[in-house]
Structures are given as structure tokens and as C-alpha cells.
Design a protein around this ligand. Structure first.
Ligand SMILES: Nc1ncnc2c1ncn2[C@@H]1O[C@H](COP(=O)(O)OP(=O)(O)OP(=O)(O)O)[C@@H](O)[C@H]1O
Length: 235
């Protein structure tokens, strides 16, 4: 479980993320939705302790960060551009203490197949700019899974992709959720994703978590005006 108790993020004296208290149960598919600039990304970076250095955080966060990994909106930007994928993935496992090259190679090949690549060798030889956005996002997701996290935070992972790739990445994230028993925190602008996939949802507006709960409960009986408006837009 992840727990935040009255957490805020300040930039100089301006409170940008405001007094958030939240429990994310183990095994939840927790979506965070809300207006642009509402603080969704900052909240996720607070959980990861990855806020830019000029932010000051108050409150208490109970979370095992060693067990978390992050998938970003821009898959090409989230990996190193000029280094072959093989080298990047080996380096990652080496940094986690896996010294044996064959052991690393087996784990990498198994995972790339699991995320849907048939021809693993041809992917490993490439650099990220040689892949399509959808393929690159699949590699980025495989990279996040390599270290076997228990919690995966995904920040609008489909918004930079075409419609077909979006569907493939959503299907992959659903497979991960179903088969790897992870907790997923999924930041999105798309209420359809919230309705279709999530067990829990948090609604953010102006730096505040204005409504939170089980998805079905929140969608069928929203208490906040902003949540009602959001639901109407997607009807
Ligand atoms: N590094 C930063 N320095 C200064 N202000 C920032 C920084 N990152 C975010 N902000 C500001 O904090 C507020 C919340 O940003 P955040 O990125 O968390 O919003 P968001 O809900 O994720 O938005 P979007 O849906 O557009 O990605 C915004 O007003 C943004 O301009």
C-alpha cells in the first residue's frame, strides 16, 4: 500500500500540490485524471521522490520506492537515444547487480517476447530513434519491468501515439496488470480509460485531489461538480 498524509509540494512559497491524503491499495489499478496543469504529474513524482530540486515537499509519504518504476509519455525521450537497446537493457540489469551476461540476456529476451516482439535480436540492435513510437513505448515498458517492480507509475503512456499503437499499449498494460500482479498508477486525460480499466480513481483539480474512491462508485455517484462535468464530456 502507498499512503500519503497531508502532502503538499511548494515552489518557493507557492503551494502547487495541496494537502493530499490518499491510500492506494496493493493491487489497485489507480487512475489519476483531471484538468491540464492540475498537478497529476507532480503528485506522481512526489510519490517517487522525483520532484525537481526546486520543489519543497511537506507531509508524510509511506511508499517503498525501491519497488517502483516509471513509464513516461514520451518513450523516445525516456530512453537514451544513441545507445543500442541491447546495451541499455544490459546496463540496467547490471546496475541491479546481475553480473552474469547470459542470465541478463535470457531475462531480456523473455521479457521482450512477453511484451510482444517476435524478432528480439533485431530490436536489441536498434537505437530508440529507429523504432516507431509504439514499438519504443513497448521497449520502455519492458525496460521498466526488467527490474521486477511491484508498482508501475505510467504517465499518459499513450498520448504521444497513433490510435492503433494506443490500443496496443493499453492492451499490454492490461496484460501486465492481469498477469504480473502489479499495482498500477495511471495518469490520463481520458475518462474512457478510467472506466474501462481502473479499480480506483482520483480526480485532480488546481493541485487538489478533489474526489477519490472506487471507480464504479465515483462514476456512478460523483460528489463534486467538476467530476460530474468530466463525466458529461465523455458521455
Ligand atoms: N518543474 C516545474 N517548475 C515549475 N512549475 C512546474 C514544474 N512542473 C510543473 N509545474 C507547474 O505545476 C502545475 C502542475 O503541473 P503538472 O505537470 O503536475 O500538471 P498535470 O496535471 O500533470 O498537467 P498535464 O495533464 O497537462 O500533464 C502546473 O501549473 C505546472 O505549470
Amino acid at each position: 500500500m502507498i499512503e500519503l498524509i497531508d502532502c503538499s509540494a511548494f515552489l518557493k512559497n507557492q503551494e502547487i500540490v495541496k494537502g493530499i491524503s490518499l491510500k492506494i491499495p496493493k493491487g489497485a489499478f489507480f487512475t489519476i485524471i483531471g484538468e491540464s496543469g492540475g498537478g497529476k504529474t507532480l503528485l506522481s513524482r512526489m510519490i517517487l521522490n522525483l520532484l525537481p530540486a526546486n520543489f519543497r515537499v511537506t507531509g508524510k509519504i509511506k511508499a517503498d520506492r525501491e519497488k517502483m518504476d516509471l513509464v513516461l509519455q514520451d518513450p523516445i525521450g525516456s530512453m537514451q537515444r544513441n545507445i543500442p537497446i541491447r546495451t541499455q537493457l544490459h546496463q540496467l540489469l547490471k546496475s541491479k547487480g546481475i553480473e552474469n551476461k547470459e542470465v541478463r540476456q535470457v531475462r531480456i529476451e523473455q521479457l521482450l517476447k512477453w511484451v510482444g516482439f517476435d524478432s528480439v535480436d533485431s530490436i536489441l540492435d536498434k537505437r530508440t530513434f529507429e523504432l516507431s513510437g509504439g514499438m519504443c513505448q513497448r521497449v520502455a515498458i519492458a525496460s521498466a519491468l526488467l527490474t521486477e517492480p511491484e508498482i508501475l507509475i505510467v504517465d499518459e503512456p499513450t498520448s504521444a501515439l497513433d490510435e492503433v499503437s494506443q490500443k496496443m499499449i493499453l492492451a499490454l498494460l492490461w496484460k501486465i496488470y492481469q498477469e504480473k500482479n502489479l499495482t498500477i498508477i495511471f495518469i490520463t486525460h481520458d475518462l474512457t480509460i478510467v472506466k474501462e480499466f481502473s479499480t480506483h480513481v482520483g480526480i485532480m483539480k488546481d493541485g487538489q485531489l478533489i474526489e477519490v474512491g472506487e471507480t464504479q462508485q465515483v462514476i456512478s455517484n460523483p460528489s463534486e461538480k467538476y467530476t460530474k462535468e468530466l463525466i458529461q464530456i465523455f458521455e
